[in-house]
Design a protein around this ligand. Structure first.
Ligand code: COS
Length: 383
């Protein structure tokens, strides 16, 4: 059976997230974008209404939302401000390895504090020499008695400078490639963690992106997730879960751009009539509406598959690349409808376009998503 309708609970959730985005995020978006200041006041309010921990299990004090619920919510938050949405989404990204692979004790110990006070987490995988090729990282975690000693560095860490807890990927057996990688939960105040440069980004400027250094960082052996050597699988399984929400971000940004373009096209008079009456403009808007709809259904499909325990690697990669490409395409087309005004910072279009770009890059570039999809669709080929 196929059912595209939302439940009453999902509609209420969507409404709540939309109201939050409209009242708390949008009015502050330009300020934080301009100053590249971290939006703690908005994040604290998001915590109060349960948006930061909505995906954590109810028994830990979280909202217990399904993946489908989460993407419905993500679309609204990205509609409000992509930078603030990224802050919230990156925390969920860091929770995910613990939710998927943590023991009950680890979940209780590391995740419950997030439901008690406003705080954030960071996912630490990428390194300077290990971006798309996540399996080639160099950070090491060497066992020493009951502890692991972590040495190395991470870059482009969202929430890196503001997080209280980190999910860190490191080599426990450097000779074994991806099978020598392990995942650890590391409190951010552990001695030896040094916060490096904060990146000055093109978009998502309300979010914090930092370099991190790990200098003889000692973590208890019980902070290892699953078993030694499981790190790469943990990272890949995590990303399978979190790529649909990035797609939802693309849908939210695209929808915001389309709505602004419609409002402008209905009221902007040129050649004696609203420009929405010109075929080029109206067909562009029709195209946006169709593509946003298609992208949303791909995102919902990936989330639904996750909720139903179905294989999702291909579908979440497709949803991520398609929806974020539509985010970019739509913001570009909507900006053109605004003409010269679209290029000016007094209007919302240029921020939306800058924000759309990052969704095509982070959590695996869209080329990597196409690689994941093509490997599965084409299958193994003998060389
Ligand atoms: N679920 C479970 N296992 C997976 C998996 C998944 N989604 N994807 C890969 N694996 C397993 C493979 O089955 C393989 O297992 P074996 O060693 O038993 O054969 C192992 O992991 C290595 O997989 P693969 O050979 O496919 O690894 P590659 O080095 O070719 O890399 C890609 C695979 C490109 C998919 C991976 O490096 C990737 O996702 N890169 C992007 C990283 C990224 O998204 N970074 C952003 C970080 S968050 S801001």
């Amino acid at each position: 059976m196929i059912d595209f309708s939302l439940t009453d609970e999902q509609k209420a959730l969507q409404e709540m997230a939309h109201e939050f985005a409209e009242k708390e995020m949008r009015p502050n978006a330009a300020k934080y974008d301009k100053g590249e200041e971290f939006a703690w006041d908005v994040i604290n309010k998001a915590f109060e209404v349960g948006l930061i921990t909505c995906e954590l299990p109810e028994e830990l004090g979280g909202g217990g939302l399904s993946h489908l619920d989460a993407v419905i919510l993500s679309e609204e938050l990205a509609w409000g401000c992509a930078g603030m949405y990224t802050t919230i989404m990156a925390s969920s990204l860091a929770f995910t390895p613990i939710m998927l692979f943590g023991t009950d004790e680890q979940k209780k110990k590391f995740l419950t504090p997030f439901t008690e006070k406003s705080s954030l987490a960071a996912f630490c995988l990428t390194e300077r020499e290990a971006g798309s090729d996540a399996g080639s990282l160099k950070t090491k975690a060497i066992k020493d008695g009951d502890e692991y000693v972590i040495n190395g560095s991470k870059c482009f860490v969202t929430n890196g400078g503001v997080a209280e807890l980190m999910s860190v990927f490191a080599l426990t057996d450097p000779g074994k490639g991806t099978r020598g990688m392990s995942a650890f939960v590391v409190p951010a105040d552990t001695p030896g963690i040094v916060i490096g440069k904060e990146e000055d980004k093109m978009g998502h400027r309300a979010s914090n992106t930092c370099e991190l250094f790990f200098e003889d960082v000692r973590v208890p052996a019980e902070n290892l997730l699953a078993k030694e050597g499981m790190g790469f699988i943990i990272a890949m399984r995590t990303l399978d879960c979190t790529r649909a929400p990035v797609g939802a971000g693309g849908v939210g940004v695209a929808r915001a751009a389309m709505e602004h373009a419609i409002e402008y096209a209905r009221t902007r008079i040129q050649f004696g009539k609203p420009i929405a009456l010109f075929q080029d403009i109206s067909f562009r808007i029709a195209q946006m509406a169709a593509e946003i709809n298609a992208a949303r259904f791909m995102v919902w499909n990936a989330a639904w598959r996750l909720d139903n325990g179905l294989p999702v690697g291909k579908e979440s990669a497709m949803a991520k690349f398609y929806a974020s490409d539509i985010g970019m395409k739509t913001t570009n087309s909507a900006l053109e409808i605004f003409g010269g005004y679209g290029y000016m910072k007094d209007y919302p279009m240029e921020k939306l376009m800058r924000d759309a770009k990052l969704l095509q890059i982070y959590e695996g570039t869209n080329s990597i998503q196409r690689m994941v999809v093509s490997r599965e669709v084409i299958g193994p080929i003998k060389k």
